[in-house]
Structure formats: structure tokens, C-alpha cells
Write a protein that binds this ligand. Structure first.
Ligand code: B12
Ligand code: SF4
Length: 464
């Protein structure tokens, strides 16, 4: 048997005659990008759903670092790393920045060649877009699909399609635009109508099962034990993307982890919005089983965990379960001025101490501090950075992204000099869209020095 030229791209599931659905996770187009255990989890949930409903599926993940024969620059820790990139002319809207703009991920010609060899051709192509301002990659993928298979139904979904639906409809011009979760009864019916088939019943665990087996040789894997979040922070779009809060039981999560770790995966990253809410439901049983069965597994929380839930018991369980990369959220140390989940100074200090007491390595604990909120006093950010360093943790600035559908978006629209509501490219946090004066190299260098505890270059403070 001859070996296919692109073994990563092959049809999976479905009886003969089944509808064939290809998922494409497009390239990132941005000023910078780093792979923090990235997987297109929404698209993988959709593909799993349609396969469970009888379709045949395949995946082209333009950000997959495990494609055969592709060399990825400078690997980072625990499976993270830089993407290969190709510099591009920035879109006209962003040309004023004078900064380098690139397409990150697999080489476009290679992607085109691999897709052209996909045999048989897909009946439908599902394209996702994780960040609203990465939409040029999604449009590129839809255009490629149109060029290769003019008769295939082109479907766009994910956060860009959901939060910027009018823009997406006008610019991406998909055959079907899906807002929100594919597993809602309306969206599910619309999908099968677009495919020209009678809608099969929605499979069990739709929206929680992930088609991770589509990766041939995975270096890491995402874990998704819940959807949505019971809180409603002003800067976050979680509610607009998924209005409820649904949790899995532990069994299916463990089954997925077992399958992945049997394929050699050691690093697992949690994708949950509210990981530590009602942890008895799935997280604690999963952690207990992981520590018993797979002591070599490393867990990571690239999304910030809620500090007030870091009791001594929680920290002990997380540590025994193999949590390695710890990220916490601390919007500000002005505890009366918060826009997120309530947290008192006492709760923050207790949570921080409990982590250290549980034996976490200080170097593995990073704290996200929000930077660039509309009207934010940057001196407060500087205070928070110093406070976090005082604990011995690593401060990280989480640059504020104004997101349509989040409660704070209107305030952001008013504060920003850019038309952020009309053009999603201006929602890119790299341009500091709500900071007076916008992105500035000198200020960026000062903040970098402050984060590292070095004297600021030049004079003055980072918040001058
Ligand atoms: C996990 C996560 C991360 C991870 C990994 C992201 C990745 N894939 O690489 C990490 C921690 C790295 C991350 C980072 C950031 N993130 Co983030 N992240 C998330 C989070 C919590 C979950 C995403 C997820 O997988 N959900 C689970 C899946 C199943 O849900 P879903 O994607 O919505 O998919 C469903 C539907 O959308 C639909 N669907 C999805 N795709 C498709 C495709 C088709 C064709 C169809 C029909 C349907 C469909 O059906 C799916 C199943 O129901 C979301 C919040 C959220 N609740 O979505 C934020 C979110 C996506 N992140 C956000 C932000 C701002 C960031 C950061 C910029 C944060 C910062 N300030 O530094 C960074 C930068 C991103 C980067 N460089 O990678 C914003 C998006 C903002 C925007 N403008 O689009 C979100 C929405 C959070 C928020 N603040 O509101 N993030
Ligand atoms: S920021 Fe976190 S806690 Fe707040 S609403 Fe979003 S997901 Fe929930």
C-alpha cells in the first residue's frame, strides 16, 4: 500500500454514502502569536458531533505543530512553542502601526497542496475562527475551499461568526453562518438543511466530546470538562458565546485522557472558563484518578483560575493531580475597583499562600494582570505588578481585548480612537485599543522591564 503524501489528512467515520465534512482551523494573522497548547476545541467539538451523527470527517488544522515533515521554530516548555510564520502586508486598517504582521502556521502552499489531494472531495467545509480579529485567516480558508471545491457547502462558525455576525456575513460570505453553539436545536437543523439531509438526532454529549483522534501524533491535548461560566465579568464574552453553564461527568473526560496518554501525550491543558466551580462534579474525581493512574501526566491551566477557590484542599488536589503550569487572574490590587469575580485582598493572599504551601514551584505560577481597560489608571497596574512580584510569582500583562457582546464593549467603543465596533481588526489587543495614544514601543519596553523586575529603560515609571 502506498503511503499517502499527507497522512495527517484522512477521512474518519461514516458509512459509504455518508456526507463528508472537512473542518479547517485557519491560520492566525497577527503581530505576534505563541502556541499555548492551542487546539481549535470548538471545531473539534463540531466535528465530533457530526461524526457521531453519521458523517465522515477530516481536519486541516493550519496551526498543527505535529504535521509530518514540518519544522517548528524554538519549542517552548511542555509542548508549547512558536509557530512558523510568513510576513504579510498588514491589512490596510492596521498599516498605520508600522509593525510586522504575519500569517502564523503551516505554509499556505503546502496546505493547498494537501487539501487538493484530499480524495474523495468534501461535501461541506466547516471553518472556525477563534479570535474575532483573526478573521482574515478564516476568509482565506473559505476562499481556498471555494477555489478547490466550488460545489461544497461552506460553513462559518465560532467566536468571530457569533460576535461579529454582520461583518462575517458581508466579508466572508459563507453559504451558512452559524451563531453560537452548533448543538442548539436551531443551528443543528440549519446545518443539516444546508447539507441537504434530514437532521439526525443530536448525539449525546454534543459540545463536550472532542475529535482529538484526528491528530496523528499529538504532542499535547486540551481537556474540556464544562461549557460556559456562571459569572459575568464586564470584559468577558463568555455569556454571549454560551449563555448557560454545563458540566461533564468524570468518566468521559478520563476516557479521553486515557486514549491520549496511551498515544504518548503527557501534557494536558484545561480549556474551561470556570474550572474550579463545582469541582466535585468532575474535576476532583479526574485529578484523583490522574494521580493514581498516570503520575507522569502534566496538567496546565493557561486560562486563569479563580483565586478565591484556591483553598488548602483545592491546592493539595491540584498539586497531587499533576498541575504544573498555574495561571491566576488578578485584575487589579485595588480590590474595590474590580470588574470581575469578587475577590478581597484577604482571599487573594490566602489563595496565593495556599498554592505555595501545597508545594507549587514559584516559577510555574503566573498571574495575569489586566492592562488597558477603558479609563484604567495605569499606575494601578504598576502597583499590581509589584504586588505580584512581592509574592515571588511571575506577573503577566493580559492586554485587554474589547469583545463585542461583553458588558464593557460600549465603554470600550467610547474610549477607543478606533472604530472597534465596525472593524474587528481594531479589537486586536496588540494595538492597545483603549489605551490613550495606543501601542508605544517605549512604553512596551518599560512594562517589559517592570515585569522582569529590572530598572525601567529611560526614566520615569511604566505608567508615566
Ligand atoms: C481556552 C481559551 C484560550 C486558550 C486557548 C485558545 C486556543 N484555542 O488557542 C488560551 C489560554 C491560550 C487563550 C488565550 C487567549 N484568549 Co482565549 N479563550 C479560551 C476560552 C476560555 C475557551 C475557548 C474554547 O475552546 N471553548 C470551548 C468550545 C467548545 O467553544 P467554542 O469555541 O465557542 O465552540 C462552539 C461554538 O462557537 C461553535 N463553533 C465553534 N467553531 C465552529 C465552527 C463551525 C463551522 C460551526 C458551525 C460552529 C462552530 O460550536 C462549538 C461547540 O458548541 C474562550 C472563552 C469561551 N468561553 O469561548 C476564550 C476566548 C476565545 N479568548 C479570548 C481572548 C481575548 C484571549 C487572549 C487574547 C487573552 C489575552 N488577553 O491575552 C489570548 C490570546 C489568544 C492566543 N494568542 O491564542 C476571548 C476572544 C476575544 C475575541 N476578540 O475573539 C474569549 C472569547 C474569552 C473572553 N475574554 O471573552 N484562550
Ligand atoms: S472572565 Fe472568567 S469568571 Fe469572568 S465571566 Fe469570563 S470566564 Fe467567567
Amino acid at each position: 500500500m502506498t503511503r499517502p503524501a499527507y497522512p495527517n489528512l484522512a477521512w474518519s467515520g461514516g458509512e459509504p454514502g455518508a456526507v463528508r465534512v472537512l473542518g479547517i482551523n485557519p491560520w492566525i494573522t497577527d503581530f505576534a502569536a505563541f502556541n499555548l497548547w492551542s487546539r481549535p476545541v470548538g471545531l473539534l467539538a463540531c466535528l465530533s458531533m457530526v461524526r457521531d451523527a453519521g458523517a465522515s470527517i477530516a481536519l486541516m488544522d493550519c496551526l498543527d505543530p505535529t504535521w509530518e515533515g514540518v519544522r517548528w521554530p524554538r519549542p517552548g516548555r511542555y509542548g508549547t512553542g512558536h509557530y512558523p510564520k510568513q510576513e504579510l502586508e498588514p491589512p490596510k486598517a492596521l498599516a498605520f502601526t508600522g509593525r510586522r504582521y504575519s500569517r502564523y502556521g503551516l505554509d499556505r502552499d503546502m496546505v493547498r497542496e494537501a487539501l487538493a489531494q484530499l480524495d474523495p472531495a468534501p461535501d461541506a467545509v466547516m471553518v472556525s475562527s477563534v479570535m474575532t480579529y483573526w478573521y482574515p485567516g478564516a476568509i482565506n480558508a473559505l476562499d481556498l475551499a471555494r477555489e478547490l471545491w466550488p460545489d461544497a457547502v461552506r460553513i462559518l462558525g465560532g467566536p468571530y461568526a457569533t460576535l461579529c455576525a454582520d461583518h462575517a456575513q458581508r466579508h466572508a460570505r459563507p453559504d451558512l453562518l452559524v451563531r453560537g453553539s452548533l448543538e442548539t436545536p436551531e443551528n443543528w437543523a440549519q446545518l443539516w438543511a444546508a447539507l441537504g439531509r434530514i437532521a439526525p438526532p443530536l448525539p449525546e454529549r454534543a459540545g463536550l466530546n472532542l475529535a482529538l483522534d484526528l491528530y496523528n501524533d499529538p504532542g499535547y491535548a486540551p481537556v474540556l470538562g464544562s461549557r460556559g461560566c456562571p459569572f459575568s465579568c464586564d470584559y468577558c464574552a463568555s455569556r454571549a458565546l454560551y449563555p448557560g453553564f454545563t458540566q461533564s461527568g468524570p468518566g468521559p473526560i478520563l476516557a479521553l485522557m486515557e486514549a491520549e496518554q496511551a498515544r504518548g501525550v503527557r501534557d494536558f491543558a484545561f480549556y474551561d472558563d470556570a474550572l474550579l466551580v463545582a469541582p466535585d462534579r468532575w474535576l476532583w474525581p479526574v485529578l484523583d484518578a490522574v494521580s493514581d493512574r498516570w503520575p507522569q501526566v502534566r496538567l496546565h491551566t493557561p486560562n486563569a483560575m479563580h483565586v478565591r477557590r484556591l483553598t488548602p484542599d483545592a491546592c493539595g488536589r491540584l498539586k497531587r493531580g499533576g498541575l504544573t503550569t498555574v495561571r491566576l487572574g488578578l485584575e487589579t490590587t485595588d480590590f474595590d475597583l474590580r470588574h470581575d469575580v469578587k475577590l478581597t485582598r484577604r482571599e487573594w493572599e490566602d489563595g496565593a499562600r495556599n498554592l505555595v504551601d501545597a508545594g507549587f514551584d514559584l516559577a510555574d505560577i503566573g498571574v495575569y494582570i489586566l492592562f488597558g481597560l477603558p479609563g484604567q489608571d495605569l499606575a494601578r497596574v504598576e502597583e499590581a505588578v509589584r504586588h505580584v512580584r512581592g509574592f515571588g510569582f511571575r506577573p503577566h500583562l493580559a492586554h485587554y481585548t474589547p469583545i463585542p457582546g461583553s458588558p464593557m464593549f460600549e465603554a470600550a467603543r467610547q474610549a477607543s480612537p478606533y472604530p472597534i465596533a465596525e472593524e474587528p481588526l481594531f479589537q486586536n489587543n496588540s494595538i492597545w485599543p483603549c489605551v490613550p495614544g495606543g501601542f508605544d514601543w517605549d512604553q512596551a519596553a518599560r512594562w517589559k522591564a517592570l515585569l522582569q523586575g529590572l530598572p525601567a529603560p529611560g526614566h520615569g515609571t511604566a505608567a508615566d
